[in-house]
Design a protein around this ligand. Structure first.
Ligand SMILES: Cc1cc2nc3c(=O)[nH]c(=O)nc-3n(C[C@H](O)[C@H](O)[C@H](O)COP(=O)(O)OP(=O)(O)OC[C@H]3O[C@@H](n4cnc5c(N)ncnc54)[C@H](O)[C@@H]3O)c2cc1C
Length: 495
């Protein structure tokens, strides 16, 4: 499936697409050897391809040229540390390995630099990781552990904040508005806001719908909101390119168009087979997110559930539209649906909105998923109903089966580590995960209490039924369950 046919399908739907923008999408910054595959599906394909073009995102169109890289691997090489994946996790792992531990890693990327989620996200950097709220941390692990985990995630957020001041990435440090889309959601937000204040010391507070409409934007669905001061919206691709530039300046090597297609461990040395040569590595850090193929390594098989997230970006809003929607802020927004909408006004006054609805790669291009987003624009911002959509894309979020990430060495006798499972909350946390992963790969984690936290001391679980029975045997039925859950979520959130 080529990019051109994607464009045609999108065009046939309710929204209109700017042809100039599409032309741009067909000419990504660096000529890739193979076209973008919109139907790529990590549960079916062995790897994400080799040298594929970027997804047609606004971020790719506006990030400028990617940093220089080291091209595809063309011969067998021996390295100390190989990092698989060049997203924000892989690049920050390589950066911190070099910066803090003097280890110059070799990064292997299947396609273009930051080709996966890091060039497709909503760019909403939250003070979070994984899908669970702080109240759910307490339910699962008790207050003491929840407080330690909060301190850790908060350090990660502050580190991310610092990086956004160092890297040119259109950062907007404006907090986060969590909008109740119906009245029944308000007490839930209110309870979470109280818990954030009383147990964790944040200044999180509730806001009336009028206050939201007056001071932020005239979002017509909202009946009230929770405001968190911690939230930074970024241009995720500029940010990841920034991490990559810094890492390469410290001697990190980045081989693009070099997918790991085979992995053998011989006498403790990992032989990573790519199309152009074998990388023999003493240590391997896996940072492949939702793009982790089932065949990459048995330690990860069936442990990540890739979930599609669709996103669109409109043409720039006119002054009259900005006035009609009363956009006064670029603070990012999410709503309280289980399959939540995430949205914000970007630099240049384009609106981005995304959500989840497609299940398989074959489904992803369906007009119904685009319509879900254009309908949401019309409902939330009626003056923008029918606005031209310039960019439409999707990507695979790495969901873990217990909704929390893992930054871990799954088997202490094998020199393999991974950082995955952020569940759509990796924009800010991935850089901290990379920092912690680097510490672990460098062997500096021994005896440190922080690594006793749940996200560090166990491996990713297999699928489970109702959180009770966990088994790999459920893996083939995950998509069936997902389709049923999506229907249930829709009934619960809309009816
Ligand atoms: C549409 C969308 C919206 C999102 N919005 C938000 C948001 O607003 N806020 C938020 O916090 N998070 C969001 N996320 C998640 C967030 O983007 C990621 O958690 C974050 O970018 C970290 O990504 P990563 O580096 O772990 O993985 P990725 O950026 O996906 O990088 C993984 C890389 O590994 C490579 N790879 C995979 N297999 C191989 C192999 N065998 N050999 C070599 N390379 C390989 C892939 O090509 C890919 O480039 C969103 C995700 C999507 C898809």
């Amino acid at each position: 499936m080529t990019m051109t046919s994607t464009a045609r399908r999108v065009d046939a739907s309710a929204a209109s697409i700017d042809s100039a923008a599409l032309q741009h999408q067909q000419q990504p910054p660096k000529a890739p050897s193979r076209p973008y595959d919109p139907q790529y599906d990590p549960l079916l394909a062995p790897d994400p391809g080799a040298g594929r073009a970027y997804a047609p995102t606004w971020w790719v169109a506006s990030a400028g040229s990617p940093p220089e890289d080291d091209g595809p691997l063309t011969q067998d090489i021996d390295v100390d540390v190989a990092v698989i994946g060049s997203g924000a996790t892989g690049m920050s792992t390589a950066l911190y390995l070099a910066q803090e531990h003097g280890i110059r890693a070799t990064v292997l990327e299947a396609n273009q630099a930051a080709w996966g989620c890091s060039s497709r996200s909503g760019g909403q950097g939250q003070n979070a990781s994984g899908r669970l709220k702080r109240s759910q941390w307490i339910e699962r692990w008790g207050l003491d552990t929840a407080k330690k985990l909060d301190a850790e995630i908060r350090s990660g957020f502050e580190n991310f904040r610092h990086l956004t001041t160092q890297i040119d990435c259109d950062a907007c440090d404006g907090g986060h508005l969590y909008l109740a889309h119906r009245k029944e959601k308000l007490p839930i937000l209110d309870a979470e806001a109280r818990l954030m204040r009383e147990k964790f010391g944040y200044a999180t507070r509730m806001m009336s719908a009028e206050e939201v409409r007056r001071d932020y934007c005239d979002e017509r669905e909202t009946v009230g909101a929770m405001y968190e001061a911690e939230g930074i919206g970024i241009h995720p691709l500029k940010f990841t390119f920034g991490l990559m530039r810094r890492a390469r300046a410290l001697g990190v090597t980045v081989h693009t168009s070099s997918p790991v297609q085979g992995w053998e461990t011989i006498d403790g040395v990992h032989h990573l087979r790519t199309p152009g040569g074998v990388v023999r590595a003493r240590r391997v850090a896996v940072c492949t997110g939702g793009y982790t193929g089932q065949a990459l390594n048995p330690m990860l098989k069936d442990r990540i559930m890739p979930i599609l997230s669709n996103s669109v970006v409109t043409r720039p809003l006119t002054d009259a539209e900005l006035q009609a929607t009363n956009f006064r802020s670029k603070t990012f927004l999410t709503d309280t649906r289980t399959l939540r909408f995430y949205y914000r006004l970007l630099e240049g006054n384009r609106l981005q909105i995304g959500s989840r609805s497609a299940v398989s790669g074959a489904d992803a291009e369906g007009a119904v998923h685009l319509k879900l987003l254009t309908d949401a624009i019309a409902r939330k911002f009626p003056p923008l109903a029918g606005i031209r959509i310039d960019y439409s894309w999707w990507g695979w979020v790495d969901m873990s089966h217990d909704m929390m990430p893992r930054i871990t060495q799954p088997d202490s006798s094998r020199s393999i580590w991974y950082a995955v499972g952020y569940g759509g909350n990796g924009v800010s946390f991935s850089t901290w995960a990379g920092k912690r992963l680097a510490e672990r790969v460098a062997g500096k984690d021994a005896g440190k209490e922080v690594f006793e936290l749940p996200i560090y001391h166990s491996q990713l679980p297999f699928p489970n039924v109702l959180g009770v029975v966990e088994s790999r045997a459920f893996a083939p039925f995950r998509r069936l369950g997902q389709r049923m859950l999506y229907k249930w979520y829709w009934l619960r959130d809309e009816k």
